[in-house]
Design a protein around this ligand. Structure first.
Ligand code: PXP
Length: 270
């Protein structure tokens, strides 16, 4: 029998009203997909993403994120099996809305499932899911996951239509795509940041828990960590890349410090 999903403190009734929200620590979900990418370059078992997840936990991660892609290019079914069994942190399973992925999620019952769009030919998740345009298709997935006690999140662009659709679908969480913000510079980056800030405000005002992620680095994280409504960041590629130079423990710790310093400065300023 599958274990019951792991619970976070706020799921157990912690006060999430805005004054508390502001001072609360932002969670860091460490995505370990690209440890598996390196392993798969040679086959075999090294480096082991489960070992990376355990190290990330010691370094201050609040959760582990893994994307089981349809083509299994990084995380494998066995990784999900082992992560579900062996790690103590909540697992956030990123998944496409397909029957195959739904069955896998229902078997393992991770703490959370983040529904992402998936195209075979893309190098990484290129955009958010069209919750507004695919409401009917997504509804049974959101319901089945929610009924199994899995906290459902929809990975969306910072667009009020998508936020409203997520709320209508009954998803408790959205994750805002930060890829365009991270990939741009100057005035364009500022514009993307404004959109993320207003989406976070609007989403929280209609009752959604707000997460964010994709492409975040030491350079881009502070502006996103400063947005008070954002409760969780999911970060992977940069942390695993930086780990090549400084080790995973140090890369996760440094990201944690940058997030905590930003939140602290924000709560001290008002
Ligand atoms: N959040 C979601 C929904 C994602 O699909 C990804 C990439 O798998 C991430 C966060 C992490 O992005 P990155 O690896 O660029 O930090």
């Amino acid at each position: 029998m599958a274990k019951p999903p792991k619970r976070l403190p706020e799921d157990r009734g912690l006060n999430l009203s805005p004054p508390n929200l502001k001072s609360m620590r932002q969670r860091l979900g460490v995505n370990i997909d690209h440890v598996a990418t390196i392993r798969n370059a040679r086959g075999g078992g090294f480096p082991d993403p489960v070992r990376a997840a355990k190290l990330a936990a010691q370094a201050g991660a609040d959760g582990i994120t893994a994307h089981l892609r349809e083509d299994r290019r990084h995380i494998s079914d066995d990784d999900i099996e082992r992560l579900s069994r062996e790690i103590d942190l909540p697992l956030n399973l990123e998944m496409a809305a397909t029957d195959e992925m739904l069955q896998i999620a229902l078997k393992h019952r991770p703490h959370a499932a983040c529904i992402v769009p998936e195209k075979r030919e893309e190098r990484t998740t290129e955009g958010g899911i069209d919750a507004a345009g695919q409401q009917e298709r997504l509804a049974p997935f959101v319901k089945a996951l929610g009924d199994a006690g899995i906290r459902v999140s929809l990975f969306i662009e910072s667009d009020s239509k998508q936020l409203e659709a997520a709320a209508r679908l009954g998803a408790p969480v959205v994750e805002l795509h930060t890829g365009a913000y991270c990939d741009s510079t100057g005035a364009q980056r500022d514009e993307h940041l404004r959109s993320i800030e207003s989406a976070a405000r609007f989403g929280a005002s209609i009752g959604l828990e707000i997460h964010a992620g994709h492409g975040l680095t030491y350079e881009t994280v502070a502006a996103i960590a400063a947005i008070p409504q954002i409760r969780e960041l999911n970060i992977g590629h940069f942390l695993v890349g930086e780990a090549i130079f400084v080790g995973l423990d140090a890369s996760v710790r440094q990201m944690r410090v940058l997030m905590d310093e930003t939140r602290l400065a924000r709560s001290a300023s008002g």
